[in-house]
Design a protein around this ligand. Structure first.
Ligand code: SF4
Length: 760
C-alpha cells in the first residue's frame, strides 16, 4: 500500500455461509496486500448474526481455502486431444454451440440431458438462472440430486399441503419432545430444517427437560446426545411410523385439536394402519413391540411434540410413504402448526406459500411421463437420477447423446457409479458448469467455471423457506471477480442463449431482463400481490439500476410478506434495507399459518392422498419379504465433509481417514476382521475394498460407508482429494433399487457381502 493510500488496511464484512443448509453468519476479515487485491485473513462466526449468533462449523472458515484452491478452475476449459486447455469465454461458448446444437438438431432436444447438483440449492445464481438454461434447452431428460436426496419429502408435502416446499419443520426451540428419524444434525446441521447450531438447540431442548428420541441404525453423534437411541433396521422407519399410527388409533390417542376442521382422510388412515400392529412390524423393524407402543404413547402425551425425518427416511424404498407418515403423526397428535410442533416458515422472499390465493391451489400432477428405457416416473419435471446411465448407454430412438452438468458430480453421488462413469465416456458431447475437474467433469468437453463463493452475492431463497425461525439476510460479494472471470448468472444466461441459438456472444442481459420482466408482469396481474394493477414499467424503473440476481432478490423481497410493496409499506423490507442490516433481520419464531399456508385444491390437509394410500399395499407386501442378507449398507455424514466436493481442502481431510467402513464388534469377530484391516464389500453392482473401523455404534448386520469419496480416478485434478481418496460407496449402490412414487434412489439398506481382504 502506498503511504498516500487512505484506505484502511483491514476491513470486516459479514455474510451467510453458503456451504450447507444451516446458513450461519460469518465474520470475514480482509487485509489489503501490497499488490492491491484484498486477502481474507480470518473467518469466524458472526456473533451478531440474528440466526446463528456466532455458531460456525469447521467448514465455514474454509471459504478462504476454497477461494484460493489452486485446483479451482478459473478460466473456461476446452478439451483438445484429451487434454484441457484454457480458452476465452467466447471460444468456450463457441465450442458449446459447435458441439451441442448439431446434436439437438439431428436428434431433438431430448438428446441432451441435464444433471443439476446439490450446490445449486445453496446458490443464488443457480436457483434463479438454471431455469433459463433448462427452458432454453427444452429437454425432458432433466435429472438432479433431488432424486438421490429429498424428493420423497417434497412429494409427500405437495400431496398433503399443496406445495413442494410446503414442508413443516420441527420447532426444535420450543418443543418438549422431538422424534427424529434418519437424521444426524450434529454432523450435517439440519436439512429440510434450516438452522445453525443444531447441537446447541438440542442441548437446550434436553436441558429444559425435553426429550429427544433418535431412530437410526447407527449411534450417530446426535443419537449419543439424545435421551434415547432406537436402533432400527435400515429402511424400516415407515413400518415403525405406521405402527405408531396404529397404536394412536387403537388406544384412542388421536387428538387433532383445531386441525380436525382442516383434515380429510382420517378414517382412511385409520383403516390403512390397522394391519400394522407393533407385533406385526417387530421383526421387520428389529424393535420390540412394547418399545413401539411406548414411543407412540410418549409422542401423544408430550405437551408439544414433533416428528422429523431426513435422509435415512427418504433414500429408502418406502421413502415417500415414510415422509408422509412423519406428518401424519404430527397431525394425529395435534402438533402440526403449533409452537413446539411441526410448523411452516414464513419466508421473506420467493415462497409460493406466501403468494397467490391463500389456502387453495392446483392439483399436484406427478408421473406425467416416464423415462425411455425403464419407464421410471417423472416428478417435478425431472426423471430419477437412477435412470441417467441407462438413458445414455442404451441405444435406440431417444438415446441421450450429450450431457450438461451444473455443479453436480453424479459419478460420486448416484447409484451404480461405475456404469454412469462408463456411460459418460461414450457421450458425443458434455458441457459442465463447475469449479473443479472432478470425477464427473473430467469427461466434459467444455468446462465453464463459476467464481468462488466469496465472489458471489448470496440470499438463501430455498433454504430460508425451511428455516426454524423467520429471518432474512443478504450477503454482498466479498471479493471482486478477477480478470477473465464471469459472474455465474452471466455464465448461465449466456449458456441459455447459446442453447436457444442466439449465438456465443449474445448479451446475457437479454435473459436477465426477460426473467425480471415476466416476474413483474405476473405480480402486477396477481390480485393478491401488493403491486396488483401497477404499471410494470414503473416497477422495473424502481428496480433499476440493479441487474442480475440482486435485482430479482430485491423484487422478491419487496413483494414478499414483509416487503415494502414498492411504496405500500414504508417500513417493509427491500434489498436496501437488508444491506443496512448486515447481520440479517429476525422476524421471530415460527407462527401458526393454517389454513392460509395450504395450496390444496379443496383447501384441506390431505391426510390420505390417493397415491400414497395405494402404495401402502407395497408396504404390507414388504412385511413378508425374505431379508436373509447377512449385511446391509448405510451411509453416514461427517461434520468436515460436504457430499463430494470439499475434499480438496486440506484442513477438512487431514488426520484419521473419514472414509472407513463401520462394523459392529460381533460382526468383526465373525469375519475375522480387526480395526484398521481391509474388508472387501460386494453388492449386486460392484465391489470396493475399504478400511474397517470396528465400533459398537452400529447395529450388528449393518455396515456404513460415507458417500462422496473415491477421488483416485484418472484425470481428476484435485491434488489434496486424491491423496485422501477413500472409496466410492456408490460403486455399491444399485440403480435398480428406488422408491416408485418419487423415483428416489435407495442409498440406505443395500444388501452387501463383506469378507476380509488380507493385504489391502
Ligand atoms: S454449519 Fe458450517 S457449513 Fe453449514 S452453514 Fe454453518 S458454517 Fe457453513
Amino acid at each position: 500500500m502506498s503511504v498516500t493510500d487512505a484506505r484502511p488496511a483491514n476491513r470486516t464484512v459479514f455474510r451467510t455461509c453458503p456451504l450447507c443448509e444451516a446458513s450461519c453468519g460469518l465474520e470475514i476479515t480482509l487485509k489489503r496486500t501490497a499488490a492491491g487485491p484484498e486477502e481474507v485473513i480470518r473467518i469466524r462466526g458472526d456473533r451478531e448474526d440474528v440466526f446463528s449468533q456466532g455458531y460456525i462449523c469447521p467448514k465455514g472458515s474454509t471459504l478462504k481455502q476454497l477461494h484460493e484452491d489452486p485446483d479451482r478452475v478459473r478460466t473456461p476449459l476446452i478439451k483438445r486431444d484429451g487434454v484441457f486447455v484454457a480458452v476465452t469465454w467466447t471460444e468456450a461458448f463457441e465450442e458449446v454451440e459447435r458441439l451441442l446444437l448439431p446434436i439437438l438438431e439431428r436428434d431433438g432436444r431430448d438428446a441432451c440431458a441435464v444433471y443439476v447438483g446439490n450446490p445449486n440449492a445453496h446458490n443464488l445464481a443457480g436457483m434463479l438462472y438454471n431455469k433459463a438454461v433448462l427452458r432454453a434447452l427444452g429437454s425432458t431428460n432433466i435429472f438432479s440430486a433431488s432424486t438421490v436426496d429429498q424428493r420423497p419429502k417434497e412429494i409427500s408435502s405437495a400431496l398433503m399441503f399443496g406445495g413442494v416446499l410446503n414442508v413443516p419443520v420441527p420447532d426444535v426451540d420450543r418443543t418438549d419432545h422431538l422424534l427424529m428419524l434418519g437424521a444426524n444434525p450434529y454432523a450435517s446441521n439440519g436439512s429440510l430444517a434450516t438452522a445453525p447450531d443444531w447441537p446447541g438447540r438440542i442441548e437446550r431442548l434436553t436441558g429444559r427437560g425435553g426429550k429427544l428420541v433418535v431412530v437410526d441404525p447407527r449411534r450417530s453423534r446426535t443419537a449419543e446426545a439424545a435421551s434415547e437411541w432406537v436402533a432400527i433396521r435400515p429402511g424400516a422407519d415407515g413400518y415403525l411410523l405406521m405402527a405408531m399410527v396404529q397404536v394412536l388409533f387403537a388406544e384412542g390417542l388421536v387428538d387433532l385439536g383445531p386441525l380436525g376442521e382442516l383434515v380429510t382422510g382420517l378414517d382412511e388412515v385409520e383403516a390403512l394402519s390397522a394391519p400394522f400392529t407393533p407385533e406385526v412390524v417387530a421383526d421387520v423393524t428389529g424393535l420390540e413391540a412394547h418399545t413401539i407402543r411406548r414411543m407412540a404413547r410418549e409422542l401423544a402425551a408430550a405437551p408439544t411434540a414433533c416428528v422429523y425425518g431426513r435422509i435415512g427416511t427418504t433414500t429408502v424404498e418406502f421413502g415417500t410413504l415414510t415422509s408422509w407418515l412423519v406428518d401424519v403423526l404430527n397431525v394425529l397428535t395435534g402438533n402440526l402448526d403449533r409452537p413446539g410442533g411441526a410448523m411452516f416458515t414464513t419466508a421473506a422472499a420467493g415462497a409460493s406459500n406466501t403468494r397467490g390465493k391463500r389456502r387453495f391451489g392446483r392439483e399436484i400432477r406427478l408421473h406425467r411421463r416416464t423415462s425411455r428405457v425403464r419407464g421410471l416416473p417423472e416428478t417435478m419435471g425431472e426423471l430419477p437420477a437412477v435412470a441417467l446411465a441407462e438413458e445414455i448407454d442404451t441405444p435406440g430412438p431417444g438415446q441421450v447423446r450429450a450431457l450438461l452438468t451444473v455443479a453436480g458430480n453424479p459419478v460420486l453421488s448416484t447409484p451404480n457409479a461405475a456404469r454412469l462413469d462408463a456411460a459418460l465416456g461414450g457421450l458425443e458431447a458434455m458441457v459442465s458448469v463447475d469449479i473443479y475437474v472432478n470425477e464427473t467433469t473430467r469427461h466434459a468437453d467444455v468446462i465453464l467455471p463459476s467464481p468462488s463463493a466469496l465472489q458471489k452475492g448470496h440470499y438463501d431463497i430455498a433454504l430460508l423457506q425451511l428455516a426454524l425461525r423467520d429471518t432474512a439476510n443478504y450477503s454482498e460479494p466479498v471479493l471482486p471477480l478477477e480478470d477473465g472471470e464471469l459472474s455465474e448468472w452471466e455464465v448461465l444466461a449466456r449458456l441459455a442463449l447459446v442453447l436457444q441459438g442466439a449465438g456465443p456472444e449474445a448479451d446475457p442481459a437479454i435473459v436477465d431482463d426477460l426473467m425480471i420482466g415476466s416476474m413483474v408482469q405476473g405480480s402486477v396481474a396477481d390480485e393478491t400481490s401488493a403491486i396488483f394493477g401497477r404499471e410494470p414499467e414503473e416497477i422495473l424503473e424502481e428496480l433499476a439500476p440493479r441487474s442480475g440476481p440482486e435485482r430479482i432478490v430485491d423484487f422478491l423481497l419487496r413483494t414478499g410478506p414483509y416487503g415494502e410493496g414498492f411504496g405500500a409499506d414504508p417500513d417493509g423490507v427491500s434489498l436496501d434495507v437488508l444491506l443496512a442490516h448486515p447481520h440479517g433481520i429476525d422476524y421471530g419464531a415460527l407462527k401458526a399459518r393454517l389454513p392460509d399456508v395450504l395450496r390444496t385444491p379443496d383447501g384441506m390437509i390431505a391426510l390420505a392422498p390417493a397415491m400414497l394410500a395405494a402404495d401402502v399395499a407395497r408396504l404390507q407386501e414388504g412385511l413378508t419379504r425374505r431379508r436373509d442378507h447377512r449385511f446391509v449398507l448405510v451411509g453416514r455424514r461427517n461434520l468436515r465433509s460436504n457430499n463430494s466436493w470439499m475434499h480438496n481442502v486440506k484442513v477438512l481431510v487431514k488426520g484419521k481417514s473419514q472414509c472407513t467402513m463401520h462394523l459392529h464388534p460381533d460382526d468383526a469377530v465373525t469375519l475375522g476382521l480387526a480395526d484398521g484391516e481391509w474388508a472387501r464389500v460386494r453388492s449386486r453392482v460392484g465391489e470396493v475394498t475399504v478400511v474397517v473401523e470396528v465400533t459398537d455404534a452400529i447395529r450388528p448386520g449393518v455396515v456404513s460407508i460415507p458417500h462422496g469419496w473415491g477421488h483416485d480416478m484418472e484425470g481428476v485434478q484435485l491434488g489434496v482429494a486424491r491423496e485422501h481418496s477413500g472409496v466410492n460407496s456408490n460403486l455399491l449402490s444399485d440403480e435398480t433399487l428406488f422408491d416408485p412414487i418419487s423415483g428416489n434412489a435407495v442409498l440406505n439398506g443395500i444388501p452387501v457381502e463383506v469378507v476380509a481382504a488380507r493385504g489391502g
